[in-house]
Design a protein around this ligand. Structure first.
Ligand SMILES: NC(=O)C1=CN([C@@H]2O[C@H](COP(=O)(O)OP(=O)(O)OC[C@H]3O[C@@H](n4cnc5c(N)ncnc54)[C@H](O)[C@@H]3O)[C@@H](O)[C@H]2O)C=CC1
Ligand SMILES: O=C(O)C(=O)Cc1ccc(O)cc1
Length: 318
């Protein structure tokens, strides 16, 4: 096995993303030690039962001591408090990152707490499912998916490259951009679509003329896809909409205008307008499939059994 990329990695938060990173580090031998911190004892014990790390801590400050890389795997709204809690225990030269779905707000919340002797490289894997918690993670989650890094102008390039190497080792593709641009792009490709799913499922649930059992019984596959997305973690998505407010509102305004013109086309029987749009959108779906970016393959990975390669001597690669 090749040399591990890092000596010690600390993961703060061990839900879907934290546990998927932990499984990658363990099964691919990417670090010698993985310390895990989470605020609830039961979650920590579950992470231990799943053998996701090499040490387990209720205090995140204990987990980050001596770590070369610290990744916050928490809801976006909790990153500032976590940065404050670990700041004085960070090793000089450590790389600090996160996986939050919003970047500008995470930078604004975390940066004031971080000491000047660490390298801050925010990140976001564009890969996930509607599942959460330490049992949800799987090795293949990041394979052939993009991870976006949003280094700041003053970020040391070598730190960004070390983090890029870790993500590449998980099978991800890596691109860098500014936090602001990330938030605009993600608003339209991820955040607004989730809002639409939450809204349509909520509307169906509130109908007086169609019963809930009819909604469940007759739901067509399009509606079922929305219900999967609308089953995503409420805390995580509340935080995303509260912190990416500007970009989401901007994209929603565009969306509402376009929806109004579709309404008009239906009202006035303008079949040509409907047909033209549906032809353009079909081409977009076809290019996504061609690029191998549809989600079914990503979720398929969860069905594969987990390996358990931590042995008594420590991490693989030792
Ligand atoms: N779920 C997804 O599909 C994706 C999520 N993300 C981002 O990754 C981050 C983590 O998401 P998941 O792993 O899905 O969440 P999750 O809900 O599965 O896990 C979150 C973890 O954070 C801990 N936690 C929750 N609130 C906390 C608080 N106030 N203080 C300390 N610890 C707390 C939980 O105990 C758990 O260990 C979020 O910022 C999310 O935006 C990024 C890509 C995809
Ligand atoms: O489950 C799905 O369809 C997703 O869209 C997963 C997802 C959720 C949040 C992210 O920031 C990135 C990916």
């Amino acid at each position: 096995m090749t040399e591990p990329l890092f000596d010690k990695i600390a993961l703060i938060g061990i839900g879907l993303i934290g546990s998927s990173i932990a499984i990658n580090i363990r099964d691919r031998g990417l670090a010698r030690h993985v310390s895990i911190a989470t605020r609830r004892e039961a979650t920590l014990r579950r992470a231990e039962d799943l053998r996701l790390g090499t040490s387990y801590h209720l205090d995140p400050a204990d987990a980050v001591r001596d770590a070369d890389l610290v990744i916050l795997c928490l809801p976006v709204g909790s990153c500032g408090a976590a940065a404050a809690a670990i700041a004085s225990s960070l090793k000089p030269g450590a790389i600090v990152s996160d996986v939050g779905s919003v970047k500008k707000a995470v930078v604004d919340q975390m940066q004031p707490h971080l000491p000047p002797h660490v390298h801050f490289v925010p990140g976001h894997p564009i890969a996930g499912t509607e599942q959460s918690g330490p049992d949800a993670g799987f090795l293949e989650l990041f394979e052939n998916r993009w991870t976006i890094l949003t280094p700041l102008p003053e970020t040391d390039e070598a730190a960004t490259e070390r983090l890029r190497a870790l993500w590449l080792a998980t099978g991800a593709m890596v691109e860098t951009m500014t936090p602001e641009h990330h938030d605009l792009v993600l608003a339209i490709v991820s955040h607004v679509p989730h809002l639409i799913a939450y809204n349509i499922v909520g509307t169906a649930a509130d109908l007086e003329t169609v019963t809930q059992s009819e909604v469940i019984k007759f739901s067509a596959s399009g509606f079922r896809d929305f219900t999967r997305i609308a089953a995503s973690d409420p805390t995580m998505w509340r935080d995303i909409f509260l912190t990416n407010r500007e970009a989401v509102l901007e994209m929603l305004a565009r969306f509402s205008e376009d929806l109004a013109s579709l309404q008009r086309a239906i009202r006035w029987g303008d079949g040509e307008a409907l047909f033209d749009l549906f032809t353009r959108t079909r081409a977009i779906r076809r290019s996504i499939v061609q690029a191998g970016q549809d989600t079914e393959e990503a979720n398929f990975g969860r069905l594969k059994p987990r390996k358990d390669p931590w042995n008594e001597a420590g991490a693989p690669g030792e």
